[in-house]
Design a protein. Structure first.
Lengths: 114, 115
């Protein structure tokens, strides 16, 4: 049983560019959440998707957007990249919206903005 | 009201010792409290979690103690091993409805277990 997978593993972008990160949830999970983890910090909640809709959003600007597909996989898009967007981006999946506290994380995508 | 404060920032214990990490929260609507373990270059892995209807939960060498009135919870690692060396995060969520999906994390504790 595959766990949460994310791609790519690492990414280097230039300020002002746009980036798309991808996530496949754990088998049987239909809720996907995205987190940003700066170096030496705890993960910060970006948003959560369920039934292809954004259900919750953290304190992140509109430059951060997402999508969930019918197969429950998800994308995180970041526009107009800033140096401060450099971080580990984590995707987490959970069995359903009601049990969404029990989240399983993927290995993350390390984004470096230069 | 959404903060979770974690201490200590770093912890060094000898092999076989007990590691204790503490967290405090403010939002009384929180009702799910997981602990995650993270190794360098990896995503956080769910270790153990507790809900406020019990004061303690034990799984193997890991125990969560929960004090609802003090709004505090802690992770105890018994017989600590060098392989336990990692960063540990407490987290909290709750408040009803879709709020369960938003985990609020502590700042993390870097645990080093010396052989």
């Amino acid at each position: 049983d595959a766990g949460v997978t994310q791609s790519p593993t690492h990414l280097i972008k230039t300020r002002g560019q746009q980036v798309t990160l991808r996530c496949s949830p754990k088998s049987g999970h239909d809720t996907v959440s995205w987190y940003q983890q700066a170096l030496g910090q705890g993960p910060q909640f970006i948003f959560q998707y369920y039934e292809e809709e954004e259900r919750q959003r953290g304190n992140f600007p509109d430059r951060f957007s997402g999508h969930q597909f019918p197969n429950y996989s998800s994308e995180l898009n970041v526009n107009a990249l800033l140096l401060g967007d450099s971080a580990l981006y984590l995707c987490a999946s959970s069995p359903d919206l009601a049990g969404a506290g029990e989240q399983y994380f993927g290995p993350g995508t390390r984004l470096t903005v230069t | 009201q959404q903060q979770v404060k974690q201490s200590p920032q770093s912890l060094i214990v000898q092999k076989g010792g007990i590691s204790i990490i503490n967290c405090a929260y403010e939002n009384t609507a929180f009702d799910y409290f997981p602990w995650y373990q993270q190794f360098p270059g990896k995503g956080p892995a769910l270790l153990i979690a507790i809900r406020p209807d019990v004061s303690e939960k034990k799984e193997g060498r890991f125990t969560i103690s929960f004090n609802k009135s003090a709004k505090q919870f802690s992770l105890h690692i018994m017989d600590s091993q060098p392989g336990d060396s990692a960063t540990y995060f407490c987290a909290a969520s709750g408040g009803g409805g879709t709020s369960y999906g938003k985990l609020t994390f502590g700042q993390g504790t870097i645990l080093t277990v010396h052989p």
